[in-house]
Design a protein around this ligand. Structure first.
Ligand SMILES: [Fe+2]
Ligand SMILES: [Fe+2]
Length: 168
């Protein structure tokens, strides 16, 4: 007999929906790889040398993230996405760095949700993998905010999740 659906405010999550959300994360990782590959090379001027070197390191870390996320999507029985989110460019170095910071903020917000969603589904190992990625994304945020001379934005908050009820 099916359990009656209660009136809940939390977001329900299924494994299929988790795989879809991970594919969005993967598209954001591709976006980050492309942005960091390009930005790290075109940022010129003595004042940007330090951050350009950091962006090169970010590019490599984003590739690792993409590999980890694809592995989780495959584990959930889905096909990893192949299309990046759009990459914004600018001739203005400060604007480029601001785009990067905005993307990192969005990424951090999403991974925080994803960890809660993985845990709601009992996917604790996956949550742990994403936690490792999140730590690096937060470092990226700090690197960019420092280069821009701004505070690291607070993107905490996020949603409460519960596993989708199985119909008996
Ligand atoms: Fe990443
Ligand atoms: Fe990042």
């Amino acid at each position: 007999m099916a359990e009656p659906k209660s009136d809940i405010s939390e977001v329900e999550i299924s494994r299929d929906h988790l795989a879809e959300l991970l594919n969005e994360d993967l598209s954001r990782e591709y976006q980050a790889i492309i942005a960091y590959v390009v930005y790290s090379q075109v940022l010129s001027g003595a004042e940007y040398m330090g951050i350009a070197a950091q962006l090169e390191l970010h590019a490599k870390q984003e590739l690792d993230h993409a590999l980890t996320i694809s592995r989780q999507i495959d584990y959930l029985g889905k096909m990893p996405a192949v299309v990046p989110k759009p990459v914004r460019t600018s001739k203005d170095p400060t604007e480029m760095l601001r785009f990067d910071l905005e993307n990192e903020n969005e990424t951090v917000r999403n991974y925080r949700d994803r960890i809660r969603q993985c845990e709601a589904l009992g996917e604790f190992a996956m949550a742990e993998q994403i936690r490792q990625i999140l730590m690096q994304e937060q470092d990226h945020q700090i690197d960019l905010a420092t280069a821009l001379g701004v505070e690291v934005p607070d993107v905490s908050g996020g949603l409460r999740v519960r596993p989708l009820r199985k119909l008996a």
